[in-house]
Structure formats: structure tokens, C-alpha cells
Ligand binder design. Sequence first.
Ligand code: HEC
Length: 151
Amino acid sequence: MRLKSFSILASAALVLVGTSLGFAQDEFVVPDSPEDIVAVRQALMKEDGGILRQAGELSGAEAVAAMQTVITNYSHIPALFPEGSIVGDSGALPVIWEDFDAFTAIVDTGTEAAKTAMAAAEAGDGTAYGAALKALGGSCGACHQQFRQPQ
Ligand code: HEC
């Protein structure tokens, strides 16, 4: 199984803004309209969901690439939640902007876990990798519980 290191999200953002603007392939751009912002962050979340589902079976370079994508996606989360950006089928809750520090703190915690998982995969330490994956998954749940509509 091969994971693309270039994330779907980055391509989605590029499609939305148009490649004719001449951005570098890996440069991330937050779209202008709330509709596009919601679409891009939902695509990012879905990509992370797919990665987390299979990450437990990965090791070595594949695991490293998977964690790199999550780290990149997490780095885009704060910018993809500009104040009041709830439109269409967005499942985001307004409380995000009442406590944006708590929101971004969860992003930071998850990023640290993904970095730990990446280092463990590089070192070939499956036990540490599994533990860090669990912590990473915990960050998804912690944020959803507080900041996303119940499913
Ligand atoms: C800091 C907060 C935060 C973190 C961390 C986070 N999410 Fe989310 N997630 C959200 C919010 C808010 C939404 C609703 C976004 C919207 O619909 O506008 C969401 C939506 C989703 C969706 C639904 C996307 C759709 O198509 O509607 C999935 C799947 C998802 N997240 C998976 C994950 C996974 C897997 C992780 C962990 C690797 C994760 N999320 C981490 C806040 C977070």
C-alpha cells in the first residue's frame, strides 16, 4: 500500500484557487469563500480518517509518510477555521471561536503525537508507534467531542 505524500487536501485547495495563479505545488492556500473552506477542511478530515484507519498496519517509510501527511494537515486546521465559517453541511460548532486557544491546543497535542509516531516509525519501534497512534486518535476524539456536532 502506498500513501501519497502530497496530500489530497493540498490538491483540493489548488483546484479551488486555480493552478493558473502559479503557486508552488505544495503551497497551501486557504480558499476565499466559506463554502470552499468547509469543503477543503472536510476533505482534510476525511483524508486523516482514511490514514488513521490503516496507520496501524503500516511501518517504516509508509508509516513515516502517513504521519507526515497528518502533520501537514494538522498544520492547516487553524487557518481553515476562520471565525464564523459555518455554512452548508458544516458540522463545526460556534463554540470553536469562544475558545480558539483550546481548539488549537488540541491541534498542537495531536501534532506532537504524530511527530512521536513518525520518530517511532523511523526507529522501527512498533510499540512506541502504536502508543503514539493512540494518542493521535485521542486528539481527533477530543476535538470532535467539544467542537463538532454530535454525529
Ligand atoms: C482541533 C479540532 C479537530 C481535530 C484535531 C480533528 N478534527 Fe475532525 N473535525 C473537526 C470539526 C470542527 C469538524 C467539522 C468540520 C465541518 O464540517 O465544517 C470535523 C470533521 C471531521 C470529519 C467529517 C468530514 C466531513 O466530510 O464532513 C471527519 C471524518 C473527521 N473530522 C476526522 C478526523 C480525524 C480522523 C482526526 C484525527 C486524525 C480529526 N478529525 C481531528 C475538528 C477536528
